[in-house]
Design a protein around this ligand. Structure first.
Ligand SMILES: *[C@@H]1O[C@H](CO)[C@@H](O)[C@H](O)[C@H]1NC(C)=O
Length: 198
């Protein structure tokens, strides 16, 4: 835990030097309005601490800050804006070969992804293209394999399906598995073509 904290602080320090960013402290967030979807006086959202105009409509989400930095260092990417929110959600907006792109850390797990997408949707106008690049456990893929999923389920582990008294629990009592969801067909096709050329 100590090592991890030091690593995160080092990365933030590095980003401050390289990108001249201001890390927002939660003590600065004193003027939040609307407990249901809090924003400050300038319309900045609570978790990402972003307002209109600070993000592009093309978005790459990654799990952590080091990965965001790796994407930001892609040749041809010119950093224009960096924001580190108190929750450590980190947003880097810039131009990739002239096209506005936002790289954002969605951190870990479903609640953080929910904050990321809902608050991005709030600050971004018009259609959005969002691609999550990350790691995922799989019963089928090999370690290191790049996969482009075409359909998705939310899988939640149900606490009552495990532990004392749940020895005979069925899969349905152990997991909630949602109906199938689909990504954007055109975006998936483009990603598959790129993946095949790796
Ligand atoms: C699980 O099933 C076994 C065999 O039918 C039974 O003996 C046991 O009482 C069950 N356990 C619970 C917690 O229902």
């Amino acid at each position: 835990m100590y090592k991890l904290t030091v690593d995160i602080l080092l990365y933030l320090f590095y980003m401050q030097i390289v990108y001249h960013i201001h890390i927002i402290l939660s003590t600065e967030m004193t003027d939040m309005k609307n407990a249901n979807f809090p924003t400050d006086a300038e319309g900045r959202t609570y978790h990402l601490y972003l307002k209109h105009g600070e993000t592009a409509s093309r978005v790459i989400t990654v799990g952590d800050v080091p990965r965001a930095i790796v994407f930001a260092q892609t040749p041809g990417f010119e950093v224009k804006f960096v924001r580190v929110a108190p929750s450590l959600f980190t947003t880097i907006t810039g131009l990739y070969k002239g096209t506005p792109v936002t790289i954002i850390t969605s951190l870990m797990g479903i609640p953080n992804m929910d904050f990321t997408i809902r608050e991005l949707r709030y600050v971004c106008q018009g259609p959005m293209a969002v691609v999550r690049v990350g790691t995922c456990g799989s019963p089928a893929a090999k370690v290191g394999e790049v996969t482009v999923p075409t359909k998705f389920h939310t899988v939640l582990r149900l606490p009552d399906g495990f532990g004392p008294g749940a020895e005979n629990a069925t899969v349905e009592q152990q997991y909630y598995i949602s109906k199938t969801m689909h990504g954007d067909d055109d975006l998936i096709k483009l990603l598959q073509e790129k993946r095949n050329r790796l």
